[in-house]
Design a binder for this molecule. Structure first.
Ligand SMILES: *[C@@H]1O[C@H](CO)[C@@H](O)[C@H](O)[C@H]1NC(C)=O
Ligand SMILES: *[C@@H]1O[C@H](CO)[C@@H](O)[C@H](O)[C@H]1NC(C)=O
Ligand SMILES: *[C@@H]1O[C@H](CO)[C@@H](O)[C@H](O)[C@H]1NC(C)=O
Ligand SMILES: *[C@@H]1O[C@H](CO)[C@@H](O)[C@H](O)[C@H]1NC(C)=O
Ligand SMILES: *[C@@H]1O[C@H](CO)[C@@H](O)[C@H](O)[C@H]1NC(C)=O
Ligand SMILES: *[C@@H]1O[C@H](CO)[C@@H](O)[C@H](O)[C@H]1NC(C)=O
Length: 482
């Protein structure tokens, strides 16, 4: 299962696998409300007028609060299936209710049910890019404005994680369409070697108990020592509940194992104490505090045994039967081009976007963190292992540079964009954390996780979230002159 790498993003997004994104929109979840699938005819290639091919893109609408004088809110879908839960819940819905907004959510091309091509072969993935996705939004907005008679209403875009970037970039690139953008936890600076991710993981782990990352490092190093001897593989396989007895044939096999284990901890930190439950995400009750409490629980003698207990607790809370650590299987799944394939929920698509646009590779290259064994080269090699021999380092490096050239990275020249960032969340390292002007505003949030401002409020969350949600509402009201 390709979950690895999507950790990232998953806010409206991301995937599961690990990667970037906020996992949010990913939901295989049972959602309680029935929100109707709607379809929009979209061009395959917005940048070639001679290419007339079209496809059907999914979107959702909630018009319950819509008032003819109110704004239009557009939630931008990301690297996973669009989650209909967002059509009735989340911070933006509370704003919509007060502002009389029409709410729309457009699923990102190539994710969920929005299939522009007959499969995801490498040739077809050429049409998967943030630039095409922004052009999808522009065409959607233009046609919907006409169709629903929204001519005099202002459009506000929302997004978290990768879609947070898209929200900011839509405002930057299409200022005549987007009036303002709320870009939550947006890593708008693309980087190849995102070793800082784990630096923040370490910093966040030490916030509650300063020696917690040190204990994890001791445990991880013990695991590395055990891995020096094949006789220990059976023990390790049992300790960590691996789906099959460990086989290490190559450096990539070893790196994949270590990355997979470390990602359990990364995940806890990124989503610490957030309120994603409505999206159907499991495991939210395991927090940094849970991890660090177990790491200091003396009823288990060695840090290694405590670490095993930590990983087991997370696995159980996520309701995973066992941990898949075969690199070969991972690559096999990620190479599957079919829409019903094992990595089609976003793993194959998102990895392609990291190899051709963003990098964001969470390498273990920094010394300021507890993990080791999954260097930058391991991440980059996945690009060619999955998409073919052309996808090598120089191509990846060039693509990332092109992305920053195109959008400007941290050098944002625009207006009316808000950048909330949870400071527990490792992704904040690539985001905007200071006010750039009187209407390019940063809201760094102590103790808050990835995209936490977007979720429904709840009592046990950091108080800063309530405050930031209120400030965003006030800014929007001011900008809309409500
Ligand atoms: C819009 O969201 C509100 C709040 O959750 C919900 O009560 C209503 O049923 C939704 N309307 C539609 C058309 O989905
Ligand atoms: C760690 O977290 C717990 C629970 O939130 C809290 O009671 C405790 O004060 C925290 N400790 C530190 C040092 O922040
Ligand atoms: C330590 O672990 C033991 C055994 O799992 C458990 O019973 C105990 O409650 C834990 N202690 C603390 C302080 O969490
Ligand atoms: C977390 O929730 C799962 C079930 O949802 C439960 O089995 C597990 O014991 C909980 N873990 C903790 C540490 O609360
Ligand atoms: C990645 O970045 C870290 C921290 O800046 C650095 O120590 C490491 O050498 C870099 N890795 C590569 C392969 O350049
Ligand atoms: C940016 O400005 C707003 C007020 O306009 C303020 O509330 C916020 O704290 C500022 N952000 C930073 C990081 O200083």
């Amino acid at each position: 299962m390709a979950s690895t790498q999507l950790l990232l993003l998953a806010c409206l997004c991301l995937s599961a696998s690990h990667a970037f994104t906020c996992r949010r929109f990913q939901s295989k979840s049972e959602v309680l409300v029935t929100v109707q699938d709607r379809w929009f005819t979209q061009r395959l290639d917005h940048f070639n007028g001679a290419d007339t091919r079209v496809w059907e893109q999914r979107y959702y609408m909630n018009d319950s609060f819509s008032h003819s004088e109110g704004p239009v809110f557009l939630m931008i879908g990301g690297e996973g299936s669009a989650n209909p839960g967002w059509m009735t819940q989340g911070t933006w819905i509370t704003y919509a209710e007060k502002m009389g907004a029409l709410c729309l959510l457009l699923e990102h091309r190539f994710y969920g049910k929005s299939h522009p091509t007959k499969d995801m072969c490498v040739e077809n993935l050429r049409y998967l890019s943030s630039q095409q996705a922004l052009a999808d939004l522009a065409h959607f907005q233009t046609v919907m404005t006409e169709k629903l008679g929204l001519g005099n209403r202002k459009w506000i875009v929302f997004g978290g994680s990768y879609p947070g970037c898209l929200a900011a970039w839509y405002r930057i690139k299409y200022p005549h369409l987007a009036y303002a953008a709320i870009a939550s936890s947006a890593p708008i600076h693309a980087v190849l070697n995102f070793s800082e991710y784990l630096d923040v993981v370490q910093a966040s782990l030490s916030r509650n108990q300063s020696n917690c990352p040190g204990k994890i490092k001791i445990a991880f190093d013990t695991m590395l020592e055990l891995l020096d001897y094949k006789e220990n593989y059976l023990k390790i396989s049992k300790d960590f509940y691996l789906c099959e007895v460990l086989v290490i044939r190559s450096k990539m096999d070893m790196a994949f194992l270590l990355d997979t284990i470390a990602e359990y901890i990364m995940d806890v930190v990124q989503y610490n104490n957030d309120n994603r439950e409505f999206e159907g995400v499991k495991g939210g009750n395991i927090t940094i505090q849970t991890v660090c409490d177990i790491m200091s629980n003396e009823s288990l003698v060695s840090p290694y045994d405590r670490f095993v207990e930590v990983i087991q607790s997370i696995r159980k809370a996520k309701e995973e039967k066992c941990i898949e650590t075969s690199y070969q299987q991972f690559i096999h799944d990620m190479r599957d081009i079919h829409w019903d394939g094992p990595a089609a929920s976003g793993g194959r698509q998102w990895m392609y976007q990291t190899c051709t646009e963003f990098g964001y590779f969470q390498s273990s290259d920094s010394a300021l963190q507890p993990f080791s064994g999954f260097p930058l080269s391991y991440h980059v090699q996945q690009c060619s292992d999955i998409y073919g021999k052309d996808f090598i380092l120089p191509l990846v490096v060039d693509s990332i540079q092109q992305t920053n050239e195109n959008y400007g990275g941290l050098n944002v020249k625009s207006s009316r964009i808000i950048f909330p960032n949870g400071l527990i969340d490792p992704w904040h390292a690539l985001g905007i954390k200071t006010n750039l002007s009187s209407d390019l505003l940063a809201f760094p949030m102590e103790d808050a996780a990835h995209c936490a401002d977007m979720y429904p409020a709840r009592p046990q969350e950091p108080p800063v979230l309530l405050e930031v949600r209120r400030q965003i509402f006030e800014k929007l009201s001011e900008w809309l002159q409500l």
